[in-house]
Design a protein around this ligand. Structure first.
Ligand SMILES: NC(=O)c1ccc[n+]([C@@H]2O[C@H](COP(=O)([O-])OP(=O)(O)OC[C@H]3O[C@@H](n4cnc5c(N)ncnc54)[C@H](OP(=O)(O)O)[C@@H]3O)[C@@H](O)[C@H]2O)c1
Length: 325
């Protein structure tokens, strides 16, 4: 089969298409004939040598795919064979075939085409795991979502808006801000010109946001603490501006805040199965009703994975970049 390989891993990496053996599904796994794969910021970090795959995972890039179940590993029930699905992977998605544990398979939502479905798994597993599981976002609470135009952000805005939350979000260009507004954000902050702490405070009579989803870190660590309401929860999924900061923890104590951070990729299959069940119950019906849509920025052929990475590296995209296999 054809798969994407990394030449010269590091800051000046290059992606190329090469012949690779078709992977064999192990016990509890299926072989997927891929239709499309989602590109994630983590793929760029892996190609740069900054984010190695967890033990046992494929070293081929690609954390999510859509496609058809082509073969079953030992112990997998027959009914999975031939099903159109999308899947969360620990690696291996940028290829014609990949394997996935059954716990990480999601059925194709009715009304969603098979290519667009590749935009769903990583975003909704991450959003559910962080906003609803870790940060326990409650009905009626206000949420601040950083990076609103990202793959994760576009999913988080839509899901929170659909569940009736007042959504604050940050983005870096007027086009990205307009897209976030269309997706349902109530307050959109162009972080290059406005201070999100001021905007959140002013719009909430000084109260602040109950939950903050952050992928920036750096100076946002202190500023998130300032923007949080009493009993607020701040959850980090990345530290793009750096994982270190000098922090005044006084307001964390006085406002009774919780500081959280989680990763998804190295969780156990049982943990991923629990997330899958929540997503199927809470998110899939909203997609099937047309309330939430996959936000696809651009689809590149698999052999142009390098161009897809360049687009993400320049942060030109809004939503998800996909590779058509
Ligand atoms: N922990 C986990 O389990 C987990 C899972 C999935 C993803 N992630 C992380 O979540 C992030 C989003 O992933 P993705 O694949 O959706 O990537 P992406 O589409 O490339 O998103 C990156 C986003 O970060 C935003 N950003 C950068 N600097 C910012 C700043 N100073 N203020 C506000 N926003 C800023 C960018 O906005 P502009 O373009 O407007 O600057 C962009 O929207 C990545 O860092 C990824 O590693 C973590």
């Amino acid at each position: 089969m054809k798969a994407i390989r990394i030449d010269n891993p590091g800051p000046a990496y290059r992606l190329f298409l090469a012949e690779s053996p078709v992977p064999k599904p192990g016990p509890g796994e299926v072989l997927i004939k891929a239709t499309a794969a989602g590109v994630n910021r983590a793929d760029l970090a892996q190609a740069q040598g900054r984010y190695p795959p967890p033990p046992g995972a494929s070293d081929t890039l690609g954390l999510e795919v859509s496609g058809e179940v082509a073969r079953l590993g030992p112990g997998v029930p027959e009914h999975h064979l031939g099903k159109q699905i999308c899947a969360l992977l620990a690696g291996g998605g940028d290829a014609e075939y990949c394997t996935a544990p059954v716990e990480c398979l999601l059925p194709l939502p009715r009304g969603t085409d098979l290519v667009s479905a590749a935009a769903l798994p990583e975003a909704y597993f991450t959003v559910w795991a962080n906003l609803f599981d870790a940060a326990r976002l409650q009905p009626g609470e206000r949420v601040l979502i950083h990076g609103g135009s990202s793959g994760i952000g576009t999913a988080a805005i839509q899901l929170c808006a659909a569940r009736g939350h007042e959504v604050f979000t940050t983005a870096g260009t007027p086009e990205k801000c307009a897209a976030c507004k269309r997706l349902g954000a109530t307050h959109v902050i162009n972080y290059r010109y406005e201070d999100f702490v001021d905007v959140v405070k002013q719009a909430t009579d000084g109260r602040g946001a109950d939950v903050i989803l952050d992928m920036v870190g750096g100076d946002y660590i202190q500023r998130n603490i300032s923007a949080a309401a009493a009993w607020g929860r701040i959850v980090n999924i990345a530290y793009q501006s750096g994982p270190t900061a000098t922090v005044n923890f006084g307001p964390v104590l006085m406002k009774r805040l919780s500081l959280l951070a989680t990763t998804l990729r190295s969780r156990t299959n049982a943990e991923k199965a629990a997330l899958r069940d929540s997503i199927l119950r809470e998110v899939w019906p909203l997609i099937e009703a047309g309330t939430i849509k996959p936000v696809v920025d651009q689809v590149f052929p698999l052999m142009e994975a390098g161009k897809a990475h360049e687009r993400m590296g320049r942060s030109e995209h809004i939503g998800k970049i996909l590779l058509k296999v």
